[in-house]
Write a protein that binds this ligand. Structure first.
Ligand code: SAH
Ligand code: SF4
Ligand code: F3S
Length: 473
């Protein structure tokens, strides 16, 4: 009997990856994809705890799901509701108390056990009315001794052109604002062989670009094929050599502390490694960086960027910023603005500091008033937005290699990604999905660029790399 599964994903790319794995794990039980929650026999909310707003979304969504399930029951169907991810890990049994409609609560490290949880949740239904008995919710937020990665089925046979591959999970850094070390647990790196196998399977299923994922991806130190350990630089070089058909490699998210020589060298030597790096700095002030426990000074960030740009002159940067961390003065904030002005970002994410229960930052006394955070965020975003617009404008007239991913807005058009993750629309045929074509950028819209094909005989003599170098300069 075919059943249907709907997964709603919040938060980071790791959650997107995990959602796909949960679907893989449930496929052998007969679960296919539902288009909407109303069509679903099971709904999983894969949640994010990083900021208060992200967490609270879960409970409003659960309210909606309760009504959807009631409607389904009137029509003689039913629905299992599961809460997964970082809110589930952080709040555990509290979710079952606050939202009794939930059947299953599971953390990010236990989803290989989903089939068993579904069986238990089904048994927990009363024979009389099919409803869950009070207190019968299934809770599994262990950090099990076995690795879920050893118990996952092969990736589905139809992959998008751009795929995620988790190589590392968890974090031992304990930045004082952050819940991740608590929700994802201790840092863990997958063995190289397992990663290579998964990369090959993804490419065989249609992927041409792989983004290596980890909460601290450049802290990667996985078991090497012949003993010992490899770092991320070595892994990237190996994937580039060993996985035929893999055109592009990216990795995220990195910490400045772990940006080592080998990885910087990979940026110079591996053409598949895209010249775009998300390297969160959070603040430009040494005082704030110290209070955040980032374990480096602003100067180190400037130095790394300089070395990266020396290794790969066409590299463009992205980052994360937090404004209004406890104790942040106007002078501290000015140091952040200065860093942004001096380094220059193609794109960035910026957030107001959000107090997270249980983290050291929550107990700090010098919290910054909300209106000050608002005002600083606006000022920072004005500068970052202007840099992003300037970066995109600088692409007009240039030739970019674009990996075509899927149908675009209009017929006869595909949309793909530039090396800098910009969406680019171009006239192309369906059959060209998964190939890289050179496009001359003609126009920039709100959310994407558009370009025209560069006929090979008119290709500029200069290498793309040189052209791009000028664009980021
Ligand atoms: N592993 C990544 C961060 C993951 S969280 C790293 O080390 O940088 C993604 C981003 O969310 C962080 O970079 C930070 O900018 C932001 N963030 C994390 N906790 C936050 C909080 N309590 N309030 C506001 N923003 C936060
Ligand atoms: Fe959170 Fe810091 Fe770890 Fe990143 S490095 S996940 S910000 S604790
Ligand atoms: Fe959110 Fe957890 Fe990712 S808190 S950002 S889903 S690691």
């Amino acid at each position: 009997m075919a059943k249907k599964l709907y997964i709603k994903t919040y938060g980071c790319q790791m959650n997107v990856y995990d959602s796909a794995r949960m679907a893989d794990v449930l496929a052998p039980l007969g679960y296919g994809t539902a288009e909407t929650p109303a069509d679903a026999d099971m709904v999983i909310l894969n949640t994010c705890h990083i900021r208060e707003k992200a967490s609270e979304k879960v409970f409003s969504e659960l309210g909606r799901l309760r009504r959807t399930r009631a409607e389904r029951r009137e029509a003689g169907a039913d629905m299992i509701i599961a809460v997964a991810g970082c809110v589930a890990q952080a709040e555990g049994a509290e979710i079952l108390r606050r939202a009794p409609e939930v059947d299953i609560v599971l953390g990010p490290q236990t989803y290989h056990r989903l089939p068993e949880m579904v069986a238990r949740a089904t048994r927990a239904r009363s024979l009389k009315d099919g409803k869950k008995r009070r207190g019968a919710g299934v809770l599994d937020t262990d950090f099990p001794p076995e690795s879920k990665f050893d118990h996952l089925p092969a990736p589905a046979p139809d992959q998008a052109v751009s795929a995620f591959l988790a190589i590392q999970e968890g974090c031992d850094k304990f930045c004082t604002f952050c819940v991740v070390p608590y929700t994802r647990g201790a840092e863990f790196s997958r063995p190289v062989t397992q990663i290579v196998d998964e990369a090959r399977a993804l490419v065989a299923a249609g992927a041409r670009e792989i983004t290596l994922l980890g909460q601290n991806v450049n802290a990667y130190h996985g078991e090497a094929p012949n003993g010992g350990e490899w770092d991320l630089g070595r892994l990237v070089r190996h994937l580039a050599d060993a996985v035929d058909g893999l055109l592009r490699i990216r990795y995220t998210t990195s910490h400045p502390r772990d940006m080592d020589d080998d990885l910087i060298a990979a940026h110079a030597g591996v053409p598949q490694l895209m010249p775009f790096l998300h390297l969160p700095v959070q603040s430009g002030s040494d005082r704030v960086l110290e209070a955040m426990n980032r374990q480096h000074e602003a100067r180190r960030y400037y130095e790394i960027i300089e070395r990266l740009r020396a290794a790969r002159p066409d590299l463009a940067l992205s980052s994360d910023f937090i404004v209004g961390f406890p104790g942040e003065s106007e002078a501290d904030f000015a140091a952040t603005l200065k860093l942004v002005e001096e380094i220059g970002f193609a794109q960035a994410f910026s957030f107001k500091y959000s107090i997270r229960p249980g983290t050291p930052g929550a107990a700090m006394e010098n919290q910054v008033p909300e209106d000050v955070k608002d005002e600083r965020l606006q000022r920072l975003q004005a500068v970052l937005n202007a840099q992003q617009v300037a970066f995109n404008r600088a692409m007009v007239g240039r030739v970019l290699p674009v990996l075509l991913e899927k149908p675009g807005r209009h017929e006869g058009q595909l949309v793909g990604r530039s090396p800098y993750l910009q969406a680019v629309h171009a006239p192309a045929d369906q059959s060209e999905i998964g190939t890289v074509v050179d496009l001359r950028i003609e126009d920039i819209g709100h959310f994407s660029l558009s370009g025209s094909r560069v006929p090979s005989e008119h290709k500029p003599n200069r290498s793309n790399r040189e052209t791009l170098q000028e664009a980021v300069a």
